[in-house]
Design a protein around this ligand. Sequence first.
Ligand SMILES: [Fe+2]
Ligand SMILES: [Fe+2]
Length: 471
Amino acid sequence: MSTVDLLAKIPNNVDLKGDKKLQRALEEWQPEYLKWWHETGPALHQDKDVWLRTAIDVTAEGWAQFDYVRTPDYRWGIFLADAVPDRKVQCGDHFGQPAWQEVPGEYRNMLRRIIVTQADTEPASVEQQRWLAQTAPSLMDMRNLFQVNVEEGRHLWAMVYLLHKYFGKDGREEADELLRRRAGDPDKPRILQAFNNPCNDWLSFYAFTMFMDRDGKFQLAALAESGFDPLSRTCRFMLTEEAHHLSVGETGVQRVVKRTAELMREHPGKDLRSYGGVPLDVIQKIINYWFTYSIDLFGGEISSNAADYFASGMKGRFREEAKETEHTGLDQGKVIPVVQDGKLVNREVPLRNAMNECLRDGYIQDCERALAIWNKELEKSGVEQRLTLPNRRFHRHVGEYANMFFDYEGNLVAKEAFDARKAAWFLTDDDLAYLRSIMKPCLEPGKVAGWVAPPLKGIGGKDMNFEYVRL
Ligand SMILES: [Fe+2]
Ligand SMILES: [Fe+2]
């Protein structure tokens, strides 16, 4: 097992002190990072104690140490999962050869692009969530928000370590740029569109951690299969932390659905706006928005980049080693519906070119599983309506279906037909104004805002009444 240096300026299990040049470079990046945290991290309560878990090593006992800490004092460290002895390349043209411990020259640019794209999403989400503490529906929710934020910060550290260690001067420049781009900034936006969208209310935050962080899970899982071993080890440990983010999102939406279902049962046929609840159609509209932006993140349905990533062994499929039986992806195809002469037709493309779609398939299945849990809440309260996921072609901005219009069921339609139904599919200004009006902070320990059910359980060995943030 790796040894952990906890007393170092940057806690780590990568023997930073054995590489003075790297250590110095990262220690120079550290104050820039903290400046970024102060300027664009949580806008409120950076001076307050928060009940947070901190990773101090990668073992089952060490990765979640709970204590009170102010977020700027969080010990952001660099942790890689332990190496698997004699690990091999998991897929593509080099399948079965020893995994790379250094960056293979011919894949250097590709690998840097993969790492930078993943890295950019980490600070972006912190920026998007900057103002949410203002309207937290409970102290525990606020704590969860800060936990997600500090861990996205740690994920940035994880990626910056790879850039600094393996990519020389270009890597250091990329690391600096990661602190310069800003979510939603028209001049210096974050790389992926969905990470520039505002996330200013708590229903959106739950949907964000449900859908966007879940995209992260699938991307990290695919990179955990990388033949570049340091990337694989980094992502394996990030996935451990990611699970909590997903549960904040999934159970968050579930709690809103539960409260909505209760109100619908108590006031049948009435507009829940009169009772301070979130109408079911507003929940559905938020799902439509974040689900469709999140499936954009998987990239084009037919993609030569995806084929190259797989062929080179730099990125595998979801659980490539454990679940797949054939790892070259050659002589196989996948059918993708494409638009040709104004009609949808099925086209079979080489499997390697469809790797983004394979990853998206698994993601959509996972989302459907969560939907079924949310719908159970409606069923339990005797509510007949159900929540749904739109067809994957609906409202897309990336890939085969971008710049075209599909209805909710995925049928190709004219722009006018799409526009005519927009208000039924997405939040209107009125919906937004209403949502904002009910997002009032509820900060007494043990209390929860009226539009959302209480958390299902406490955190870090504490119950709901615990003072998760000492305000
Ligand atoms: Fe992350
Ligand atoms: Fe996350």
